[in-house]
Write a protein that binds this ligand. Sequence first.
Ligand SMILES: Cc1cc2nc3c(=O)[nH]c(=O)nc-3n(C[C@H](O)[C@H](O)[C@H](O)COP(=O)(O)OP(=O)(O)OC[C@H]3O[C@@H](n4cnc5c(N)ncnc54)[C@H](O)[C@@H]3O)c2cc1C
Length: 412
Amino acid sequence: MSKRTFIIVGASLAGAKAAEELRGRGFDGRVVLIGSEPERPYERPPLTKDYLRGESEREKAYVHEQGFYERHEIELVMGSTVTAIDPNAPRVTLDDGRALGFDRLLLTTGADPRHISVPGADLDRVYYVRTLADCDALRERLDTGGHVVVVGAGWIGSEFAASARQRGLEVTVVDPLALPNERIFGAEIGAFYRDVHAQHGIELLLGEGVDAFEGDGAVARVRTSSGKAVECDFAVVGIGVAPRAQLARDAGLQVDNGILVGEKLQSSAPNVLAAGDVANAFHPFYGQPIRIEHWANALNQGPAAARAMLSEPVSYDRIPYFFSDQYEVGMEYSGYATEWDEVVFRGDRDGGEFIAFWLRERRVLAGMNVNVWDVHEHVQALIRSRRTIDVAALSDPDTPLDLLVGELTTGS
Ligand SMILES: Cc1cc2nc3c(=O)[nH]c(=O)nc-3n(C[C@H](O)[C@H](O)[C@H](O)COP(=O)(O)OP(=O)(O)OC[C@H]3O[C@@H](n4cnc5c(N)ncnc54)[C@H](O)[C@@H]3O)c2cc1C
């Protein structure tokens, strides 16, 4: 029986999947999974979608069924926050003063919503959405109806806005950009999502910031940068997240936009690893560190870190992937594009069933399939190939994508 102790700090998707992997690979030492939240690990995507709208059971959100951790002898410590880590001792300290020694430590501490700092930001009924507790409070608000102002037209804000609209609320979205997510995806996709929201009856105040939340105790109106006062019953802020890297920073680990880890997900202290939203991991395909704040990364990087903890060979090089659902519009995005010279569309753009490709010098950097399914693996194969592509064939739905991929893989 191995006497080794592996500790995982952060009991959410990345941490829970890492613990599962350790047991799945036969690790028979001690596995301790510590989380601040009072819940066993759960997934967050339902919190702006079906669970928020009251269309799915709470049970469906959990990463594992009740009893999983006990059955696999994973010591799940819930409602406990790790306040310090010492890679040299090596040990972690909990908020109740307990100290636990470890052989390997995995940090999956995730990310925190960025808070808005304008007058009135601390009024009641100004909400954020990260945890099940946040979502439960918002579910109740949705039950009472009314008018919500959503600050931020990124994915979280957009999905919340769509769900609130589906529940029949009046919704105003305020964002300083001219188009939703314009900085990340450019004008075409930004305009597509703007139109989707407008068609569903959302009021979009684009190109406007928020100057203040106003009200007596609770928010009653939102003052925008152009001086508009939007009356509301509550407000939801979704303006991005920041990695929770303070523990690592305090311990002297290298931190820069998250915990810096190599392709083996090892930090600057060899016995400490990181995965999920908090990890800024060197990506061998891109040749640079990338921090990804998406479900699939937590799902896959946690287990990869577990294998690295077991000294198995690991080089985490998955193509970044995420998904979003708003109303009847589902999409998957694969890749990583910061600069591109054209966006090529394939399919029915006006009808909302298409694939968009971000290209640079005719190489596919990223692809987004909207209401078109079972293609993201082809998109990823195109990205991975790094080969120049026939743009006419790429945009022609009659040229099967798998043929394009096949041509690439056979080198013709
Ligand atoms: C509302 C919502 C909807 C989303 N929808 C999508 C989607 O549609 N598609 C998609 O791809 N992604 C989506 N995401 C993103 C996805 O959920 C995250 O990428 C994922 O949750 C990251 O998992 P993680 O385990 O790395 O971190 P987290 O989920 O942030 O979990 C970290 C955990 O660590 C705990 N913790 C932190 N510090 C300590 C400490 N010191 N001691 C103990 N515990 C600690 C925290 O309490 C938390 O429970 C969504 C996120 C949110 C919030």
